[in-house]
Ligand binder design. Structure first.
Ligand code: PHB
Length: 389
C-alpha cells in the first residue's frame, strides 16, 4: 500500500495535533490545608463537603484540565504544621494551587512559600485583614473581621446601644474586630466601656460574663473563632443571665449553623452581622444546601462551607483563564465577580478579598422547628475595610 505525500502530511499533522493537545492538558492538583482532627475538626469537614458539592455540580474538569483536590490535616491553629503541609504539597505532590486555611496563623505561615513558588493560595476562612498584605498570591473568599465589625457597630449605634463592652479572642482577628468596632461605634457617639481580650484556648467564659454584667454596658460585641469557643461563649451568655440583666448580644459566628441547635431556644433573638446564613433566600442557595444534604445527609451549610464553595469557584475560574500559571491566575482573578449562594461577590483587585453583602441576622425558629439565622437587613457590597495597601 502506498500513501500520497499529502496523506502522509495529514497523518503527521494529526499526530502532532493530538500530542500537542495532550501536552497542554494536565491534572492540576489543589492542596487544601485545614483542620480535620481535634476539637476544631468541623472546619475540614465543612470545607471538604462544600468542595464535594462544587465538583458534583461542575465536574472535575475545567479548561481541558483534570482537577484533583488533596487534603492535609494540620490539627487546629498551628503555624508550623501549616508550613510543613504546604511544603510537602508543593514539593512532593506538585500542587499548583493552595487553599483552605481556617485559622489566621495557618495562612500567615505559608506567605513566603506562596511567593517563592508563585502559587495562588485561596483562603477559605482566615479573616485578619493584614494576611493578604504578606503575599500577592493570597486571595480570600471568606470575609474579614473589619468587613463585619463596622456594619455591626453602625447597626448598634442606630438601634439603641450606647455603652458597649467588646469581648474578643486574644489573637489577630479578635484584635481587628475590637479595633474596627470601637472606632466606628465611638465615631457614631457611642462609648466603649471595656475591651476584654480572652485567651484563644479557653472555653470557660463565666468570669468574663461577670465582668461584662458589672461594667454597666447595654451591649456586648464579641468575636471568637467558630467552634467550641463560640458555642461555650454563647452558652455562658445565656446561662449567666446577661439578657435579663439588660446586656444585648451582638456578634458574628457565635450562632453558627453547626452549633445553633445545640444552643437551644435560649439562642432565639441573638443578633449577628455576617456574610452568610444557610437560609439566605435565593434559588442558588437553596440548590447549594439541597446538594449538600443529598451528598452528606445531616450536614448543615455554614460560613466555612460558603468560603470553600466560592473558593472552588475561584480556583476553577483561574484554571480556565491561566491553567497552572500562578502569576497569570492571580492577575485573572482580580475583579472577577459572580453570584454566590450568599449573594453577589467580587474579588477586590487591591485587597484580594471578596466584596460582599453583610447581613444583620436574628436567631429564629424555622418552619421545621430548627433554629436559623434569619437575615433582616442588608448592607450591600462591603469591601475589606481594614486593608491598607
Ligand atoms: C481566623 O483565625 O482568622 C478565624 C478563625 C475562625 C473564625 C474566624 C476567623 O470563625
Amino acid at each position: 500500500m502506498t500513501f500520497s505525500k499529502s496523506t502522509l502530511y495529514l497523518v503527521a499533522s494529526a499526530a502532532f495535533f493530538v500530542t500537542g493537545t495532550l501536552a497542554q492538558a494536565e491534572t492540576i492538583k489543589v492542596g487544601v490545608i485545614a483542620t480535620f482532627s481535634g476539637p476544631n475538626a468541623i472546619w475540614g469537614k465543612q470545607f471538604r463537603e462544600a468542595i464535594d458539592v462544587y465538583v458534583a455540580q461542575h465536574g472535575d474538569e475545567v479548561g481541558g484540565h483534570k482537577i484533583q483536590f488533596i487534603y492535609k490535616d494540620v490539627g487546629g491553629p498551628n503555624a508550623d504544621a501549616s508550613k510543613a503541609a504546604a511544603q510537602e504539597l508543593l514539593v512532593r505532590d506538585g500542587v499548583k494551587y493552595l487553599a483552605g486555611f481556617d485559622f489566621t496563623p495557618n495562612a500567615v505561615a505559608v506567605a513566603p512559600l506562596t511567593k517563592q513558588a508563585k502559587v495562588p493560595a485561596v483562603i477559605f476562612n482566615a479573616a485578619t485583614s493584614s494576611i493578604n498584605k504578606q503575599s500577592d498570591f493570597f486571595l480570600r473568599t471568606s470575609f474579614t473581621l473589619t468587613q463585619l465589625a463596622q456594619p455591626a457597630a453602625e447597626w448598634a449605634a442606630k438601634n439603641g446601644s450606647k455603652k458597649v463592652v467588646t469581648a474578643v479572642s486574644d489573637y489577630n482577628p479578635g484584635i481587628d474586630a475590637e479595633t474596627a468596632f470601637s472606632a466606628s461605634f465611638e465615631k457614631d457617639g457611642g462609648a466603649v466601656l471595656e475591651k476584654i481580650r480572652m485567651p484563644l484556648q479557653t472555653n470557660d467564659f463565666a468570669p468574663f460574663m461577670q465582668r461584662i454584667k458589672s461594667s454597666g454596658a447595654d451591649t456586648v460585641f464579641t468575636f471568637l473563632p467558630v467552634g467550641p469557643a463560640t458555642f461555650a461563649f454563647t452558652k455562658a451568655y445565656n446561662e449567666n443571665g446577661l439578657k435579663a440583666a439588660g446586656v444585648s448580644f451582638l456578634g458574628g459566628g457565635e450562632t453558627d449553623e453547626t452549633t445553633l441547635d445545640a444552643l437551644g431556644d435560649q439562642a432565639i433573638g441573638l443578633v449577628t452581622a455576617y456574610h452568610y446564613s444557610d437560609v439566605h433566600d435565593s434559588a442558588l442557595n437553596k440548590s447549594f444546601v439541597a446538594k449538600l444534604q443529598e451528598l452528606h445527609p445531616g450536614s448543615r451549610a455554614n460560613m466555612a462551607s460558603i468560603g470553600a464553595y466560592d473558593g472552588a469557584e475561584l480556583i476553577y475560574r483561574m484554571i480556565k483563564a491561566a491553567g497552572s500559571d500562578g502569576t497569570k491566575a492571580i492577575e485573572a482573578a482580580k475583579g472577577m465577580e459572580w453570584e454566590s449562594p450568599r449573594g453577589p461577590v467580587k474579588m477586590d483587585p487591591v485587597s484580594r478579598t471578596v466584596v460582599q453583602n453583610v447581613y444583620l441576622r436574628r436567631v429564629e425558629k424555622g418552619a421545621d422547628g430548627k433554629l436559623v439565622n434569619r437575615e433582616f437587613a442588608t448592607v450591600p457590597n462591603v469591601p475589606d475595610l481594614g486593608f491598607n495597601p
